[in-house]
Each structure stands twice: as C-alpha cells, then as structure tokens.
Write a new protein. Structure first.
Length: 223
C-alpha cells in the first residue's frame, strides 16, 4: 500500500460520488484518483490507475458493479486492488454474490462519514470489512446455500491448515477481530494476524472474507 491510499469511486449517482469524494479527499492519507458512472468505465479506470481501493456500487447501467468486480478479481494484474461494495439495502441479494465474487467487504450508502473513512483505511491495509450491523446475517446465509461439489463438509481444502490456523479461521468466521481472536486464544494480535495471513496464502484466497466463505462451505462453522 502506498503512503496515500488511492481510491476510485464507481457509482451512477453524481451526488453520491460528490459526497464520498468530499469526505475522502478531506483526509490527509486518502486521495480520490478518479470517478466512474458505470462498470465499464470503472474497469478502465482501475486498469489505468491501479488504485488501492475501489468503492463500487452494485447497481449501475451497462456493466454492473458485480460484473466489474468479477473482472477485477479475475485479473492477476489487479490482485492488489481491493473492492468495497456499496449497496442501498443491507441484505441485498447482490451483496451475497459480491462477497463470493471477491469483494473485501461492503457498506450501505447511508453509512456514517467516519465509518466510510475507517472502512477505506481498513480495506487498504489488507483487512476485510463487513458492516457490523449485517455481518452475521449475511455470512449466515452461506450455511443455507447449496454447497458446491468441491466444498463438501470436512473437505480437503482445510486439510492444508494447521490445527491452530483452523481454529483462527473458525474465529474469523464468527466475526471476531484480530484483537478478539488474540484474547480468545491468549496470543498476540500480531500472531493472530500471522495465522490469518498464512491461511489466506495456503488456501489461495484474496482475503479474510473468502476465509469466512470456506469456513461455512466446508463445515468448519455453521450458522
């Protein structure tokens, strides 16, 4: 991550973009490097600018935010770009699909200004962010969806993890922060983060949101 967090705004509502730009540009460590009003323009901007974070509206004309997200996460050249999805409704069906597609988290558009700024910083730092008010409800949906053939309970994916890494992933899936995991396991927050980083690398996923998905799909936790 660069010293200044570079952000792209993608939303078809000019007032939303203007409001977010005003809030983010007021911070010394955040710079909005471009705006887009549809998914196609957002993709072009992301490729050109390689921002740290994209604030992506799910519903946009033409190529929507979900498809733009899929293209970003599928491009190895954009692996460092983190996408924070914006939605109007907390339990929007598209939120579930966005998380599965590789979003690092999501926020409702009426989020508080301080929460928006915090979210951008956390996602840029490599953490995942799911709005506290809906984390458990959205994540809980994974337990009620058809399980992919490659993700049977007790499946092989988790076999690459150590027992401690499995325990940490389980706690991540219950919504605990690094600090809370550290207290639960009587380890340091840095050690907790190291276990999470290793689990992410071993499982070949983008971030801790994807760890949560695997934990539910493979039966490590249930709602």
């Amino acid at each position: 991550m660069s010293a200044v967090i570079r952000v792209v705004l993608a939303d078809d509502q000019p007032l939303v973009r203007a409001g977010f730009r005003m809030l983010l540009d007021a911070e010394d460590d955040i710079e909005v490097v471009g705006e887009a009003d549809d998914g196609e323009a957002a993709l072009a901007l992301v490729v050109a600018e390689r921002p740290d974070v994209v604030l992506m509206d799910i519903r946009m004309p033409g190529v929507d935010g979900l498809e733009a997200l899929r293209r970003i996460t599928a491009d190895p050249a954009l692996a460092a770009v983190r996408v924070l999805v914006l939605t109007t409704f907390e339990l929007d069906e598209y939120v579930f699909e966005a998380v599965r597609a590789g979003a690092s988290g999501f926020l409702v558009k009426h989020t508080q200004p301080a929460d928006l700024v915090r979210a951008v910083r956390e996602v840029a730092a490599g953490d995942a962010l799911l709005s506290p008010s809906v984390t458990r409800r959205v994540v809980g949906q994974f337990a009620h969806r058809p399980v992919p053939a490659a993700a049977t309970p007790g499946g092989d994916r988790l076999a690459v993890l150590t027992e401690r890494e499995r325990e940490v992933v389980r706690l991540v899936a219950t919504g605990l922060s690094n600090e809370e995991i550290a207290r639960e396991l009587v380890i340091s927050p840095l050690t907790a983060k190291t276990h999470i980083t290793r689990a992410i690398a071993k499982l070949g996923v983008r971030d801790r949101v994807q760890l949560v998905i695997i934990a539910f799909e493979d039966g490590l936790v249930s709602s």
